[in-house]
Design a protein around this ligand. Sequence first.
Ligand code: PLP
Length: 395
Amino acid sequence: MNEQGLSEKEIFSFLENAKSEDTDYYRVLSSMCTHPHKIAVEAHRLFIEANLGDLGLFAGACRLEQEVVRMLGELLHAPSIVVPSGGSCESSVCGYLTTGGTESNIQAVRGMKNLVTAGKKGFKGVPNIVIPESAHFSFDKVADMMGIEVRRASLDSEFRVDLSSVESLIDINTMGLVGIAGNTEFGQIDPIDKLSEIALENELFLHIDAAFGGFVIPFLEKPQPFDFKVPGVSSIAIDPHKMGLSTIPSGALLFRSPSFLDSLKVNTPYLTTKAQFTLTGTRSGASAAATCAVMKYLGNEGYRKNVHYCMQLTEKLVTEARKIGFEPLLEPVMNVVALKVPNPDLVREQLLERFGWNVSITRIPRALRLVLMPHNTLEDIELFVQDLKKVTAEI
Ligand code: PLP
C-alpha cells in the first residue's frame, strides 16, 4: 500500500482505467449474469453498510431478506402449513440469501449430511449423493470439502439425466439426489418429477439446482415441473444475480422444511442473534435490498417480458445459424444454445481475436455455448452470425 493516501481524482482515474478493461457485457454471449436492473443498483447503494451476519443491528435489511424468501417461496410454489395454534401460515418455506449458486449447492448438501448424521437414517460407510454429469462445477467443490462421495449419473440423448443411471448409483449410503433445472451448458431441465418419484421411493433428499433456471422456467410459455409443487423436492437453489436482474452477490437457498435450515445452525455467542445457519458470516444486506426492490418493481409481468425477450434472441440465433448450416445440439429449452460447429475451440478463439465475441464451449460433446441475456440485442445476434460465418468459412 502507498504510505500516503492518493487524491480522489487519482483514485478514480485509476479505477476508470481498470474499468476500461472490463467488457461491460459488450459482445458477451458466455455469461449467465448481466447488468443489474437500475432499481436493484439504487437499493443496493441504500443498504451498502447493512450486515446480515448480525441481524439484530440491521432489522430493516433482515425484514427485506425475509420478504425475498417469502416472494421466492411463492414463485416456487412452497406449500402452506397449518401452524399448531390453528392459524394458517402463508407458506412454510424457509431459507436465506446466499452469495450464489455455489454456496446454495454446498449448503444444501451440508444440510443433507447433517440430517443424516443426526441419525435420521442408518448409514454404513461414506455417504454419497447422485448428481447428473451435467451438474455445475460447484459440486466438485462439494465433493472436495464435504467428505462425501459425489456420484455422477450419465445423460440421455437430450442432455437430461438418465433415470436408470441414477437408480443404478443409489445404494444404502445414498443421502440424496440432485436435479438441475437449467443446466449450465445446455440449458436443459432434468426430469424432476421422475427424480422426485425415485427420491420418495428410496427416502432420499432431492435438491434442485435452479440457479439459472429459477428466474426463467416459471416465465416460459410452457413451464416444466421443477419446484416445490413436485412432492419430493426438498430444497432449491435460485440466483437473483443471474436472470433475476439483481446485483452480485445474490443467491438464495430455499427448503421445504424448517428442519433442514435448523440442521445448519451454529451458535454465535457474541452477536446480537444466538445462532447462524449461513455459510458465510458477514453477509450483504445490500444484496437483499437489491433483490427485494427489483422483484417488487418488475413483478411476474416484468420477469415474463424479460424471459420472452431472451427467448426471442434465442430463436433468432437458432434461425440465423440454421441459415448458414449450423444446427443446435438440442432445441433450446431456455436461453442457452449449444451450437454444432466444426472445430469449436478454434472458432471460439477466432471469434474473440478477430471480432471480440466472448463465447464458451460445452465439455461433451464440444459445441459453441451461447447464453442469450438481456444485455444482448437482435442486431448483436445478426452481427454475431455474420462473424461466425466468416470465421467458419476460413477454418
Ligand atoms: N448452478 C448452476 C446451474 C449454474 O449455472 C451456476 C453458475 O453459472 C452455478 C450453480 C454457480 O453459481 P455462482 O457462480 O453464482 O456460484
